[in-house]
Design a protein around this ligand. Structure first.
Ligand code: FMN
Length: 368
């Protein structure tokens, strides 16, 4: 059991953070996590209970799983989606509950590109060929499959790229209608926007490939498109993979250069993940292994960052913040293990965090 400190000063972890006109009550964020529990993209009771539990558990910001901007942008047939107005009411039900319970609702807008049309992990996680009843033809910057034994994607035409932009725009409008306050663009983990960034997946010879400026073009356009829709008082995040962890891939230097430009475009925070674009990368995983990327990007660009990846305890999270390595802490698997992590963290750090009134009789008393 961790030692419980006497209440002294407020921890950074449980202190508020204001981005534009939005104040998060603390620095703990539920990281986007696919639930593969939708049919035709619709949010279900599972999503309400799953995300709602984490609002009850005290998270300051809750970001939905990768939410597909088009049907072909889903990783699996069971991904959450926002390509139709019909998706809005189910999402609104969730944002209403999160807001009523003190969490700011965020949505991760995503297109899986060549990593689309796969089975759910618990069904095997294999690629589904386009001629199979549940599969579809995937698209990507270039006709290069993620692994040699997967069906090749179709290289997007220039019209196809414009359609992707239109899909992100329409999704952002619907996300606003559904009550989301933070939008995060998914440009990490080898999904479509990341595929454009990395020279390993982007072999185009037009304005969207080749040079650094060309490879980052689609992301910059989508950022401009969404920023034009997203209200000035609402924050826009971008999740990137700060490195491909491979020779000849996207690098941390590239990330710093990209973020400096995204900053000028009005991006408010960079959610710093890594990897996912090539299957054979060697990734030195360990506690907080991605934190140095959040730290470097923050230091060299001045843009606030979120740290994610193997952050599992309150003291570790607090240290990342007090060392100035990041501004937010995103928890994925630890948040699945412990939906009440923020409430527990407050107790461990000797801090105060309001409990839901319904649960107050269970609130631990400060250690004597
Ligand atoms: C079940 C599950 C689903 C995930 N789905 C997404 C997703 O939809 N979008 C995303 O950017 N990352 C996704 N991730 C990655 C997490 O957001 C996070 O970056 C990663 O798990 C590392 O954090 P952790 O060590 O706290 O789990 C997922 C992770 C898990 C465990």
């Amino acid at each position: 059991m961790p030692l419980v400190r006497m209440p002294t000063t407020m921890s950074v972890l449980l202190s508020p953070l204001t981005l534009r006109g939005v104040t998060l009550k603390n620095r703990l964020v539920v990281s986007p996590m696919c639930q593969y529990s939708s049919v035709d993209g619709f949010a279900t009771d599972w999503h309400l209970v799953h995300l709602g539990s984490r609002a009850v558990g005290g998270a300051g910001l809750i970001i939905t799983e990768a939410t597909a901007v088009s049907p072909e942008g889903r990783i699996t047939p069971n991904d959450l989606g926002i390509w139709s107005d019909d998706h809005v009411p189910g999402l609104q039900r969730i944002t209403d509950f999160l807001t009523a319970n003190g969490a700011v609702p965020g949505i991760q807008l995503a297109h899986a590109g060549r990593k689309a049309s796969h089975q759910r992990p618990w069904d095997g996680g294999q690629a589904i060929a386009p001629d199979q009843p549940t599969g579809w033809q995937t698209v990507a910057p270039s006709a290069i499959p993620f692994t040699d034994n997967e069906p090749a994607p179709t290289a997007l035409t220039l019209d196809g790229i414009q359609q992707v932009r239109a899909d992100f725009r329409a999704a952002a409008i619907r996300a606003l209608q559904a009550g989301f306050v933070v939008a995060e663009l998914h440009a990490a983990h080898g999904y479509l926007l990341h595929q454009f960034l990395s020279p390993q997946s982007n072999h185009r010879t037009d304005d969207y490939g080749g040079s650094f400026a060309n490879r980052i073009r689609l992301l910059q356009e989508v950022v401009d498109d969404v920023r034009a829709i997203w209200p000035d008082e609402y924050p826009l995040f971008v999740r990137i993979s700060a490195t491909d962890w491979t020779e000849g891939g996207w690098t941390a230097d590239d990330s710093v250069a990209l973020v400096a430009l995204l900053n000028e475009q009005g991006v408010d925070l960079i959610d710093c993940s890594t990897g996912g674009n090539v299957p054979k990368a060697t990734i030195p995983t360990g506690p907080g292994y991605q934190v140095p990327f959040a730290e470097r990007i923050k230091r060299e660009t001045g843009v606030p960052t979120g740290a994610v990846g193997l952050i599992t305890d309150a003291d570790q999270a607090e240290a990342i913040l007090t060392n100035g390595q990041a501004d937010l802490i995103l928890l994925a698997r630890e948040s699945l293990r412990d939906p009440y992590f923020p409430l527990h963290a407050a107790h461990i750090l000797g801090d105060e965090q309001p409990w839901p009134v319904q649960y107050e009789r269970a609130k631990p008393r400060p250690a004597r």
